[in-house]
Design a protein around this ligand. Structure first.
Ligand SMILES: Nc1ncnc2c1ncn2[C@@H]1O[C@H](COP(=O)(O)OP(=O)(O)OP(=O)(O)O)[C@@H](O)[C@H]1O
Ligand SMILES: [Mg+2]
Length: 243
């Protein structure tokens, strides 16, 4: 479903120097796989997710989604079906909330993609996400965890095939994190989730992609194998000295 091959991404910093952020990254993700993306701060996780969501494009190498090469040139032609298929819960939910009320927030995507019975879908989604009492509230007033839930509700309402999530548990308390995991299990769609929470990672998915701090792909395989391998964990700088 998702094929990334020899992908490179760089940017030019304020001194005019080229900084490589993703180097020679290759992996494949099959439909309905649940993949956990690990790596230290700045290793490139969010950037990789942005590439998978076609918010930025690779500098070299390829990203192929359902057999289509995703690149800047010609993206407009497929952007509508691509955006219906792939949803991205960004690291900061504020980036995703721009409507006057929670109701309008959930309605937005449903309208955009021409769903029928929008009212009914909004009610159902609100119920599923425990947002009924906030439907007329401006998202602006909500707590971080509640905003996260609204952002996720708006994305899931349009029934995407792929859900990309950047640190989804960062704002969530333990019961809401548990609820998120149940939801992901129930959704049963392709998911790629970046997280720093190794204790929870295994509940999010079985497979891990691990970026090293030199921006290459250090590991692609079973998450439980990675967590057992102290040498690799050390190389990824994901071991705690105070444990
Ligand atoms: N266009 C750009 N201009 C300047 N700096 C950039 C640009 N794009 C990315 N960066 C830098 O690249 C680095 C990698 O960013 P990214 O957000 O992908 O890392 P991350 O693995 O998600 O980190 P975190 O765990 O902190 O969320 C960061 O240091 C960021 O500041
Ligand atoms: Mg990030």
């Amino acid at each position: 479903m998702i094929e990334v091959e020899n992908l490179y991404f760089d940017y030019t910093d304020f001194k005019g120097e080229k900084i490589e952020l993703l180097k020679d990254i290759s992996f494949k993700i099959e439909s309905k796989e649940r993949v956990v993306l690990l790596g230290v701060n700045g290793s490139g996780k969010s950037t990789l997710l942005k590439i998978l969501n076609a918010l930025v494009f690779p500098k070299r190498g390829s990203y192929i989604y359902k057999g289509m090469r995703i690149r800047k040139r010609g993206f407009k032609k497929i952007s509508r079906s691509f955006r219906k298929d792939i949803s991205f819960l960004m690291q900061d939910p504020n980036m995703l909330l721009f409507n006057a009320t929670v109701r309008e927030e959930i309605e937005f995507g449903l309208r955009e993609f021409g769903f029928d019975d929008i009212e009914k879908r909004v009610e159902e989604t609100a119920k599923r996400f425990g947002l009924e009492k906030y439907l007329e509230t401006p998202p602006f007033y909500l707590s971080g965890g509640e905003k996260q839930r609204v952002a996720l509700a708006s994305l899931v309402a349009i029934e995407p095939e792929v859900l990309l999530m950047d640190e989804p548990s960062a704002n969530l308390d333990p019961p809401t994190t548990e609820w998120l995991m149940d939801l992901l299990r129930e959704l049963d769609i392709t998911t790629v989730i970046s997280t720093h929470n190794l204790a929870l990672a295994q509940k999010f998915g079985d497979r891990a992609l691990v970026l090293s701090d030199n921006h290459t792909l250090l590991f692609d395989g079973l998450l439980k194998e990675f967590l057992k391998n102290e040498e690799l964990m050390g190389e990824a700088k994901l071991l705690h000295r105070y444990g």
